[in-house]
Design a protein around this ligand. Structure first.
Ligand code: BTN
Length: 305
């Protein structure tokens, strides 16, 4: 976290090398206010007014921090979550230099993407946290429908795909204190307006962007606004009516159901299986080659056919 704070301040001309050395000496605890202050600016592409003007939410996106470049918006969100920000606070950055993907992978975050983390103070039981992750995937697909992309699908647990290529990844992290989850950080990365040929070679074939799919650049601030609204609606539906409705939506958009996958669970051998559906707890239900059923709670499922 100290590196993240130093990184943010180094990008601002107003902080001298002495201030930055001071942080190295005294630690970062007194710097939350400064990090919040830096985040009150607009950047060239991210405009607070354009996101908040007409934003139809009660909580999500009422407090927004915007950065030119951070290592990871999830790291900044974790830091701010411990410093009295509101439920529904949003962290945005134009670029990330060390963004986190699922399974410990790095996430490429050039200029032209939507890199965002939400701080949610959950009103549900521990075991139901995966539902927030699934809900975020549903909210992304609904947002894409609103901008004219009608064929987006969700690959379990929440990669958003268009025409077999990934356009969005979601990484949820929980912050616990004495075994109680105080904050959930929902990190969402959407490949919006950059050229996929600028990504490392091995990612190019499997990645698409919103701009490419629509044939024109998208208005990032509008997509962020629509997404914040969809996230609030989807999470409120969970709080008010339970999970069944959201899971029904998830199944409707599923890319995984009906496909053969290679399941790679942490610490277990990988195996091939047929995807039957998603359970009430949000686990992927698969049938192995020998006919036995398994629930996959975490890990990766690589689509084979
Ligand atoms: C995945 O591997 O599919 C998840 C990628 C999540 C990327 C987003 S971008 C915003 C937030 N900050 C991060 O460091 N990661 C998430």
């Amino acid at each position: 976290m100290q590196n993240e704070v130093i990184n943010i301040l180094k990008k601002e001309e107003r902080f001298s090398d002495e201030t930055i050395d001071e942080i190295r000496k005294v630690g970062i605890n007194d710097f939350a206010d400064i990090i919040m202050d830096v985040g009150k600016q607009d950047t060239e592409y991210i405009k607070r007014d354009e996101i908040q003007k007409g934003l139809k939410t009660e909580k999500i996106g009422k407090e927004i921090y915007i950065y030119k470049e951070v290592m990871s918006t999830n790291t900044v969100a974790k830091f701010l979550a411990e410093n009295d920000v509101e439920n529904g606070c949003v962290i945005l950055s134009e670029k990330q230099s060390k963004a986190k993907g699922r399974s410990g992978k790095q996430w490429e975050s050039p200029l032209g993407g939507i890199w965002m983390s939400l701080i949610i103070k959950p009103q549900i039981d521990h075991s139901k946290i995966p539902m927030i992750t699934l809900a975020a995937g549903v909210a992304v697909v609904k947002t894409l429908e609103k901008i004219g992309i009608e064929n987006a699908e969700i690959k379990w647990p929440n990669d958003v795909m268009i025409n077999d290529k990934k356009v969005c990844g979601i990484l949820t992290e929980a912050i616990t204190k004495f075994n109680i989850i105080e904050n959930i950080i929902v990190g969402i990365g959407i490949d919006a307006n950059f050229d996929v040929n600028t990504l490392p070679q091995e990612l190019q074939e499997g990645t698409t962007t919103l701009g490419h799919e629509l044939g024109h650049k998208i208005d990032e601030n509008e997509v962020i606004r629509l997404l914040l609204e969809e996230i609030e609606t989807t999470i409120d539906l969970i709080y008010e009516n339970g999970f069944e409705f959201m899971l029904k939506e998830w199944r409707k958009y599923s890319y995984s159901i009906g496909k053969i996958v290679e399941v790679k669970e942490p610490f277990n051998k990988s195996y091939d299986a047929y995807v039957l559906g998603i359970s009430r707890e949000g686990a992927l239900v698969v049938e192995k080659i020998d006919g036995t059923l398994e629930k996959v709670i975490s890990g990766e499922c690589i689509i084979k056919k």
